[in-house]
Design a protein around this ligand. Structure first.
Ligand code: ADP
Length: 240
């Protein structure tokens, strides 16, 4: 039986800016079962980043509820939210946000370092994560010695360090050429299929969203469509 990774009910976000009220999310509801791979699409200003910020516990909704597993994160304190962010969610951004002075393996270790724990077993696990993303032979390299795709692999390995339930990715291939983007998307597919990670990814590119199992399209702060990605299903069908 698959359980629920995320449940969003009538989620609303209203910003007040210089006397003006902006309805960034006007009542969004959906459920993401564990193991799903969702692309969130929509034109600029449709609410994608706002939704991703809520899902990542980086901001709070104005109304509605947001459950991660059984936890209603809309009602949590700041400390509880930071704990959830650190322990249950892996973030991958368009910019890789690596520390230039640190090596590949040290960059992967950063979240553990901030939590004040870095045992020999943790170090070994970080090396394993580097292998998982195809960088076993680059452990001592620094970001400037890596290609963009390799740097994004480091960022993905870093996002996995606390063994999160799900990965939130914001335009993760936005800085990459087409071939490298495909390699990164294949890595996400593997993490979804083989490691069981639930993936929620914001993108504005059809070539990227085609890799997801499901596509949610936002428009003006509402869900316009929420459909299974039939193109991907066709790819996966055995040739007759
Ligand atoms: P997208 O990521 O799809 O481009 P956003 O979620 O960034 O859309 O924005 C949705 C709407 O909310 C837009 O109208 C945007 O101007 C507004 N908005 C986003 N963040 C803020 C903020 N911090 N203050 C005021 N308005 C905001």
């Amino acid at each position: 039986m698959s359980s629920t990774a995320v449940r969003v009910e009538d989620l609303q976000k209203i910003y007040h800016l210089k006397g003006e009220t902006v309805y960034a999310l006007r009542g969004v509801s959906f459920v993401v079962p564990e193991g799903d791979y969702v692309a969130i699409m929509g034109p600029s200003g449709s609410g994608k980043s706002t939704l991703l910020n809520m899902l990542g516990c980086l901001d709070r909704p104005s109304a509605g509820s947001l459950f991660l597993g059984d936890d209603d994160v809309a009602r949590m304190t700041d400390d509880q939210l930071s704990y959830i962010r650190a322990s249950r969610i892996g973030f991958v951004f368009q910019a890789y946000n690596l520390i230039q002075q640190l090596t590949v393996v040290e960059n992967i270790e950063v979240p553990l370092y901030y939590q004040g724990r870095l045992t020999a077993a943790d170090r070994a696990r970080c090396r394993e994560l580097a292998s998982l993303v195809g960088l076993a032979d680059r452990l001592g390299h620094r970001p400037t010695q890596l290609s963009g795709g390799q740097q994004q692999r480091v960022a993905i390995a870093r996002s996995l360090v606390n063994n999160p339930n799900y990965i939130l990715a914001d335009e993760p291939t936005g800085n990459l050429d087409t071939r490298t983007a495909e390699e990164i998307l294949t890595l996400f597919e593997r993490l979804n299929a083989e490691e069981g990670k639930t993936i929620i990814m914001v993108t504005h590119e059809d070539e990227v969203s085609v890799h997801a199992k499901r596509i949610i399209r936002l428009r003006d702060g509402l869900i316009q469509t929420d459909v299974l990605n039939t193109e991907r299903a066709l790819f996966a069908m055995p040739a007759s």
